[in-house]
Write a protein that binds this ligand. Sequence first.
Ligand code: GLY
Length: 599
Amino acid sequence: MRSALPLFVTLMLAAPLLAQEAADAVAPENATETGASGFSERAMAALAARDAGDPVTAQDWMVAAANPLAVEAGADVLEAGGTAADAMVAVQAVLGLVEPQSSGLGGGAFLVYYDALRGELTTLDGRETAPLAATPTLFQDETGEPLGFFDAVIGGLSVGTPGTPALMEDSHRRWGRANWQSLLDPAISLADEGFSVSARMADAIANDAERLATFPATAAYFLPDGAPLAEGTLLQNPAYADTLRAMQIHGADAIYEGPIAEGIIDTVRSAEGNPGVLSLRDLAAYRVIERPAVCAAYRGMDVCGMGPPSSGALTVGQILGMVDNFALEGPGNPDDWRLIGDASRLAFADRGRYMADSDFVPMPTEGLVDPAYLEERAQLIEGDRLDPGTALPEVAPGNPTWDHAQLWADDESLEFPSTSHISIVDSYGNVLSMTTTIENGFGSRLMAPGGFLLNNELTDFSFRTHRDGVPIANRLEPGKRPRSSMSPTIVMQDGEPILAIGSPGGSRIIGYVATAIIAHYDWGLDLQDALSLPHAVNRFGTYDLEEGTSAEALAEPLTAMGYEVNIRGLNSGLHAIAITPDGLIGAADPRREGIALGQ
Ligand code: GLY
């Protein structure tokens, strides 16, 4: 059944915010060149371009991330001849200040890097790690039942060893050219002098005020005098500036040992009502792990990203690898969404069964993205069926080729959207795609004395250890890294990078990234339109359609096909850069405050 909705694309792109309205939404005070918001004219122009639906173009370098102040810091590094790794350090340091609800020094990240000089693609795993004293039943009550999600999140129990500081340093050591100290200067200045609280940060604080009030240090920063910080407030963070100054001298060691480390451990272990078990030994033992990129074939390209402990590249790769077996028509065609939705459901079934930290559990990593296996799975969608053109009535994990067969039970761990994505291309041709997180919005809600929030990443583990006596691959174990959905991606063609992309959004990250790639390469949307496309995301069967957009028009045909449809906000934060023969093309998700800047 192929019925088109020809107005879909035009409607969904209609009614963009006026450029000035959009800029005001981010920078409520009247922002002129480095005015109250601190945004330069080029950042304001990039915001305007994004909201007019235009991609940004450049020849030499480009950076796209979730906040204009962070993008500016990265752009200055690139303009001065820094590499993508250098720029990432500056961007991450500022994001930790101006978008503290999403990522920072207390969190973890995955990075995919194309090293132009060596012609090599690799990945760095800076994921948080379970404390050595954590037991598999950490998130169960005395009767062995899983804790309520937020009972586990809020406090010290959910805090894993942070990986982001080590990842920043490791990337700089491998690929940096700029002086390390200088890369932290922009964030230090903003933390000392203050920055304008953005609309998004103010909303996030107001919506979470009750939980942020749990701990005095967190409340003092986000709820001064008991009231949520308002948009436009000039906010300083002297403790964060001091932490970065310590990192200028000692590198990432400043976080993993000494007084800042002691402050982290004290905060976690003395969290009232929910103390955790993280120790100085865990911090001292933390290591970034280099891992080979996981790539899947799609329309003659290789879509490459972060393998286990992330499920990102495998699940994005499975969706695209199944869709590769079908001809798609366009985003207005509900049947395209059926094919994508059922491919996604099949991929999520495999994700729930097989994917976890492969340093702890055997995993059929190669088998999961083997084109022959994905063709077989695609046959379930379009093969000989009694009811063609309808949603698959049942979806179960498959049997990928595996040297190491082991029975796992399905995992149902929850992930909520916060997180942030950074894409960078430098003037040397290096390409970086990094997704960075403290997990839930504001993480564990614990503010370390060093002026940054601590993650709640351990709640990305399954709270249950077994199902019907069968172990769950993503169960918590000491020293293990929780399964992630983060999907920092670099698309390769003929051995060369052609796109860097990624998004926040919990386990919906996978759908956001896969659909944006389909929208750009299969449906032919330009990069900004591909990111702005209203979302339709299917993980476990229910089709989530983005509220208030023309995606709602899919409700009727998808319901008729047999899907349960759920209309809701779908808050992606895609940032992408395409590397084309004519130059660089950048785009930022209009659902967040980010921009792409280039030269
Ligand atoms: N905590 C979000 C993720 O890692 O997928």
